[in-house]
Design a protein around this ligand. Structure first.
Ligand code: NAD
Length: 261
């Protein structure tokens, strides 16, 4: 899986075709969408128009909460694949655990079938806490390849990252830029950016890369799309990493995994 990909939350179906096209031109090969984003069709159009070979692309989509359950998962997967215009996806994720529904174990069994049938190359989860993961791992056969969680300098998720490390699960950061607002103006980040002749967004993405996180920043602005992938030719030093570590506030932008759904 490419360590840096392109996210398309809050991008309309039409806009997704343009934005994903720009991202593919800029060199991104991994695209993160979801059934609930309503832009799988627009994303698929851009993939088809790119002329890139299927095996060069890494496409992730996600099962929405209402579709959890064995049979409904299989149906929802078919619908996503049809909208994307693909024969398989590279990664299929359970979007939220929704513990109050208590259906994520059954849902995962359908994911295991999709994996065995070759319809997705890998299966994973999103927004699972270590407790949700422990139950899933205890009751099913395949360990999730990935857990996509909210993660940025204001919410550093050290407990989840350590648990994923022990289990061999890749940590993928959603809202890796903290959705842009506020975070990118934090003086410590601005200072590190000036020191390296980079932007605060590049510094934050580089911090993720050096921690080993998979990142999927979103932008519909052409210059930012290019800026966000250009983070592999500079390095943060120990002092920079420590200064960013000190920004943790346990501040969530999204819902708590025990409460959503
Ligand atoms: P993000 O942290 O990627 O921030 C995106 C925003 O930051 C943009 O809308 C823009 O306002 C700003 N921005 C982007 N690049 C910038 C730059 N170079 N300079 C200045 N500002 C910049 O936020 P996100 O979209 O919430 O998260 C990224 C992706 O993560 C989503 O598109 C989606 O694919 C995924 N996601 C998943 C979940 C989940 O529950 N699994 C939830 C939220 C997001």
């Amino acid at each position: 899986m490419p360590q840096l990909g392109f996210g398309v939350w809050q991008v309309s179906d039409e806009e997704a075709t343009t934005a994903v096209g720009l991202a593919l031109d800029a060199g991104y090969r991994s695209i993160d969408t979801a059934a609930i984003y309503g832009n799988e069709r627009g994303t698929g159009k851009a993939l088809a128009a790119s002329g890139l070979a299927r095996e060069e692309l890494f496409v992730t989509t996600k099962l929405w909460n209402e579709e959890q359950g064995y049979d409904s998962t299989l149906r929802a997967f078919d619908a996503s694949l049809d909208k994307l215009g693909l024969d398989y996806v590279d990664l299929y994720l359970i979007h939220w655990p929704c513990p109050s529904k208590d259906r994520y174990v059954d849902t995962w069994r359908a994911f295991e079938k999709l994996l065995a049938d070759g319809r997705t190359r890998a299966i994973g989860v999103s927004n699972f806490t270590p407790a949700h993961l422990e139950r899933l791992i205890g009751e099913t056969s395949v360990i999730p390849a990935v857990n996509q969680i909210e993660l940025h300098p204001h919410l550093q998720q050290s407990e989840s990252r350590a648990f994923h490390g022990e289990q061999g699960i890749a940590t993928e950061a959603w809202s890796p830029l903290g959705q842009g607002k506020g975070l990118l103006e934090v003086p410590a980040l601005v200072a590190i950016a000036q020191k390296h002749g980079r932007t605060p967004a590049q510094v934050v993405l580089r911090w993720h890369v050096q921690l080993g996180n998979v990142v999927i920043p979103k932008s519909v602005t052409p210059s930012r799309i290019r800026e966000n992938i250009d983070v592999f030719s500079f390095e943060l030093d120990e002092e920079d990493m420590a200064a960013i570590r000190a920004l943790n506030e346990e501040h969530r932008l999204g819902g708590h995994p025990d409460e959503v759904g």
